[in-house]
Design a protein around this ligand. Structure first.
Ligand code: ATP
Ligand code: MG
Length: 393
């Protein structure tokens, strides 16, 4: 029976949090691995074991493990029952020699971990004895520092598991352990990366997008749908609120001076987002702002925007350079969608010379000529909700 052994970072798991973390990770894996042929996901001391059938596609299983936050690394493992008091290593060694037959390599090493110190041999003894057997049967050499293949052996609960490759997982914390946040997603490069960062730290992310219809095309909305759908591979389901923003912007344009418009738009976005966040029980609003990147992201303007909401505004990219953000967008697979041409609502009615220092009193003064409450209400009532799921319903 093939298994995947899943490891998480022990450091993140001090004391009482551990059981809770593990339970969340197991629940997520059970849901993520639905329809792949996996028959069991369970906790073993210090790791999680995923059992699947021999006809199950390892690629499918891997695809889910690679996108599950909380997974530090995983391996495809084979198992052999082992007697703790009088261990006979012969069947284990034979199984390993068979597994190595299809591999081209010159050197190897054996790295054993005992989850359970009741086992009568030490890890070092096991490494040596298994190594000697494999040298004799395969004719290959041991190299401790630069081995072509590292054979991992794990002795857990009366079973010896061995694996030939350890694959990296995405790390982070299991989805949902850090509760729910609402991300303002624009279809640009930055906000999807910001959403990813929060997901990685265990947040379930809900999305809101403000689009320029009826004045602009559906392009930004389609991009955002693609991006949100992309994230279902991490969080399995996702909710996206689509808020028509064109009329709200027009209202701002007609009634307020040009240089502070972008900040006024942003403050309206924050207010509407905050209302949605409350109904979705979100503890924070997430944006893709990075300090100084554009006129709306100067220290003064960020503060003036933040002031419009009372929930914490989380800006996970605040200290990143554009190039670093682009690299991350490429790595997580959002970049190609983000750079497709669209018409972001922020390009609608944009002043030629935006003010980089919109002070709160001036902005509040300008807002006195706007029916703020009814604009928020208009945004909320005209919002559409789109729901996404990795598994077809
Ligand atoms: P991005 O690449 O995420 O669009 P950006 O560098 O283009 O960011 P801005 O356009 O100034 O910067 O937007 C800053 C942040 O404001 C975005 O990262 C996003 O969180 C939010 N935002 C901007 N426009 C929208 C929108 N139309 N809908 C939802 N959120 C938006
Ligand atoms: Mg943008």
């Amino acid at each position: 029976m093939p298994y995947a052994l899943v490891h998480y970072h022990e450091l993140a798991l001090k004391g009482r949090n551990r059981g809770f973390f593990e339970q969340r990770l197991i629940q997520h894996l059970q849901r993520a691995l639905k329809n792949t042929g996996v028959t069991d996901v369970r906790s073993l001391p210090g790791r999680i074991r995923v059992t699947f059938q021999s006809e199950t596609s390892w690629d499918d299983v891997q695809d889910r493990l690679r996108h599950t936050f909380g997974v530090a690394n995983y391996s495809l493992a084979h198992s052999q029952p082992i007697n703790y008091d009088a261990p006979d290593l012969q069947p284990l060694c034979e199984a390993m020699a068979t597994a190595l037959q299809s591999k081209t390599f010159q050197t190897f090493r054996v790295t054993t971990k005992r989850a359970d110190k009741r086992f009568s041999k030490t890890s070092i003894e096991l490494n040596r004895e298994i190594g000697e057997y494999l040298c004799a049967t395969t004719g290959k050499r041991v190299s401790l520092n630069a081995a072509d293949v590292t054979i991992g052996v794990e002795i857990v609960d009366g079973t010896a598991y061995f694996s030939l490759v350890k694959y990296p997982g995405p790390g982070g914390l299991p989805t949902g352990i850090s509760h729910t946040v609402l991300c303002l997603i624009s279809g640009g490069i930055d906000s999807p990366v910001a959403a990813y960062r929060m997901m990685k730290r265990g947040c379930k992310v809900i999305f809101v997008h403000f689009h320029g219809r009826p004045y602009l095309s559906r392009a930004s909305e389609e991009k955002v749908r693609d991006l949100v759908s992309h994230f279902t591979r991490y969080q399995l389901t996702a909710r996206l609120y689509l808020v028509p923003f064109g009329d709200i912007q027009r209202n701002v344009v007609v009634n307020t001076p040009a240089p502070s418009r972008v900040i006024l738009y942003r403050r309206m976005m924050m207010r509407i987002a905050e209302e949605i966040a409350k109904t979705e029980r979100c503890w924070g609003l997430v944006t893709g702002d990075s300090l100084g990147q554009v006129a709306s992201q100067t220290p003064e303007n960020l503060q003036t925007v933040s002031n419009a909401a009372s929930l914490p505004i989380l800006r996970p990219l605040i200290g990143m350079d554009k190039l670093e953000i682009i690299n991350e967008a490429q790595r997580i697979g959002t970049f190609d969608t983000s750079i497709e041409p669209d018409q972001d609502c922020c390009t609608l009615f944009v002043p030629r010379h935006p003010n980089t220092r919109c002070r709160l009193p001036d902005v509040e003064q300008a807002e006195r000529s706007l029916p703020i409450q009814s604009m928020i209400q208009e945004g909320i009532t005209s919002a559409e909700l789109a729901e996404f799921s990795l598994h077809a319903a």
